[in-house]
Design a protein around this ligand. Structure first.
Ligand code: PGA
Length: 250
């Protein structure tokens, strides 16, 4: 009932060469696979226009990795949600744990970014997740609910994706077990259902954190996991393709 979604988050990696390699590859993906799995690439912003030219004709969507909380003005170096939409993006990542930890994206800023994204007709992919210390303190549920509550007060749940990314699993090679991930995905869906019961069943909730070709299928086949947000493995065309195929086979 929910289409599987696989999003590549290239972070500060990749370039024109990788874009061309991926586009060449996905050009050959059969339409059946494209119908079953929606693929989104989030390259660094400077490559978005080139990416749009390469990917638009083959049905692969684009996303920004971040957007400003502001619409426009004297904010040197920033990129607005509207600008991302202008160059062909459909999605934008908001609240990634690296943005929270390294660029001071707090809950208030994240809520504003969700607003900017939605009013520019982008689908925000809100990232939430606990640290290892929070998990060890049995605070997973409260941390996740607090992040959701803060970011989504004004949100339109019909135009939203949520990604559960436990901080301890990002880029570490340690993946949440399918059971651990499913437990949190259920917490997220239940929370959304308490705000917007109808939308909760349609909402795509992705898992992110050391997803690889060999663990993707068991993760994606959990009842509340609707695909993945892929960092490191999305930089390797073969790995990323294998992950997209795993998403198709569930
Ligand atoms: P990873 O990153 O797949 O390299 O763990 C995921 C992410 O940060 O979105």
């Amino acid at each position: 009932m929910r289409q599987t979604l696989v999003i590549a988050n290239w972070k500060l990696n990749g370039g024109i060469g990788l874009l061309k390699e991926m586009a060449e590859h996905f050009h050959h993906v059969d339409t059946q696979e494209q119908v079953q799995v929606q693929v989104v690439i989030c390259p660094p912003a400077v490559y978005l226009k080139t990416a749009d030219v390469l990917f638009e004709p083959i049905g692969v969507h684009l996303g920004g990795q971040n957007c400003s909380e502001h619409l426009s003005g004297a904010f040197t170096g920033e990129i607005s949600a509207e600008m991302l939409a202008d160059v062909g993006c459909k999605f934008v990542l908001v609240g990634h744990s690296e943005r929270r930890a390294l660029f001071a994206d707090n809950n208030a800023v994240i809520a504003e970014k969700v607003q900017q994204a939605q009013s520019s007709n982008l689908i925000p992919v809100l990232c939430v997740g606990e640290t290892l210390a929070e998990r060890e303190a049995n605070a997973v549920e409260s941390v996740i609910q607090e992040q959701l509550e803060a970011a989504l007060q004004q949100a339109d749940f019909e135009r939203l994706v949520i990604a559960y990314e436990p901080v301890w699993a990002i880029g570490t090679g340690v993946t949440a077990s399918p059971e651990q991930a499913q437990e949190v995905h259920k917490i997220i869906r239940d929370w959304v259902a308490s705000k917007a019961p109808q939308e909760a069943q349609k909402l795509q909730i992705l898992y992110g954190g050391s997803v690889k070709a060999d663990n993707a299928q068991t993760l994606f086949s959990q009842p509340d996991i609707d695909g993945g947000l892929i960092g490191g493995a999305s930089l390797d065309t073969e790995q990323f393709d294998a992950i997209c195929k795993a998403a198709k086979d569930i």
